[in-house]
Design a protein around this ligand. Structure first.
Ligand code: ATP
Ligand code: MG
Length: 255
């Protein structure tokens, strides 16, 4: 990939701080994600990973610090403005409309995307052009033949793939993925890993994940968060060898 593109910083987080009462969930966190990069964020339960993601999205406000998206300070912007500026996300717990089919979920996402003018009087599910676009996103995530299946009837791994299609349909530049492999078996996890690997060059991705096989297979860089503090950022090899990271998170099994 073009090195100038790879060097573009899509996300720049500086000195981000957030406390809930006595819990310092994010303590002066600095983090960048470049275009074309998969930056993994790992850390034990309760380390503050989701809290960091929700601050970057704009769902909760930091107590201090700045967030820049593609060079623009978005710290005071509401979540929908950030989404309009290219921020996409998936959630730790799935947020699909379970009674809707796969294609309907993606079509709904397209109707709230940045490039669609949508009338509240028309039923978007009857729009053939929209259906065609939604189908192509389903193909992109390997769900082409599951378009008419209600999300409620899909396997867990398929739902996570669908969630990805829903996020991608909004044409983000930066994707925040909060545990996309959560609850998956090894086969589903490997499928999701292949899917994310294929997306690498088109997006910047901040990947929160406990599945260390997936993290080591995908990450260009890894940041380690422990009790709200970013204790290290480096390559997979550097993280594997870092003594503090080993004791805080990896344990002997992963090294
Ligand atoms: N809305 C909230 N109100 C109060 N405390 C919160 C809130 N959200 C998170 N916390 C606390 O902040 C800390 C960080 O939580 P967070 O969910 O960000 O961790 P995490 O790294 O995503 O954990 P996990 O790996 O289990 O998903 C925890 O101590 C949690 O209890
Ligand atoms: Mg979390």
């Amino acid at each position: 990939m073009d090195s100038a593109v790879m060097e573009e910083v899509l996300l720049d987080v500086r000195g981000l701080r957030k406390s809930f009462g006595a819990v310092a969930a994010t303590q002066d966190v600095d983090l960048t994600v470049r275009a074309g990069e998969i930056h993994a964020l790992i850390g034990p339960n309760g380390a503050g990973k989701s809290t960091l993601i929700t601050q970057i999205c704009g769902e909760i406000r930091p107590d201090a610090g700045q967030i820049h998206l593609a060079g623009r300070d978005v710290t005071a912007m509401p979540a929908y403005e950030r989404a309009r500026r290219g921020l996409g996300r998936s959630f730790q717990i799935t947020q699909l409309c379970l009674e809707y089919t796969a294609i309907e979920n993606v079509m709904l996402s397209l109707t709230v995307g940045p490039r669609t003018i949508f009338s509240i009087w028309s039923d978007p599910r009857r729009d053939a052009k929209l259906a065609g676009r939604a189908q192509s996103w389903l193909e992109r995530v390997g769900l082409a033949d599951r378009a008419d299946v209600p999300a409620a009837d899909m396997a867990h791994g398929e739902r996570r793939q669908l969630e990805l299609a829903v996020a991608l349909a909004r044409e983000p530049r930066l994707l925040l993925l909060d545990e996309p492999m959560a609850g998956m078996g090894p086969e589903e996890s490997a499928r999701m890993t292949r899917l994310l690997a294929g997306m690498r060059e088109r997006y910047g991705i901040l990947l929160v994940e406990h599945d260390m096989d997936a993290v080591f297979a995908l990450a260009d860089r890894i940041s380690v968060l422990v009790y709200g503090k970013l204790i290290f950022t480096g390559s997979c090899d550097e993280v594997r060898q870092h003594p503090e990271v080993r004791s805080a998170y990896l344990g002997d099994a992963a090294c």
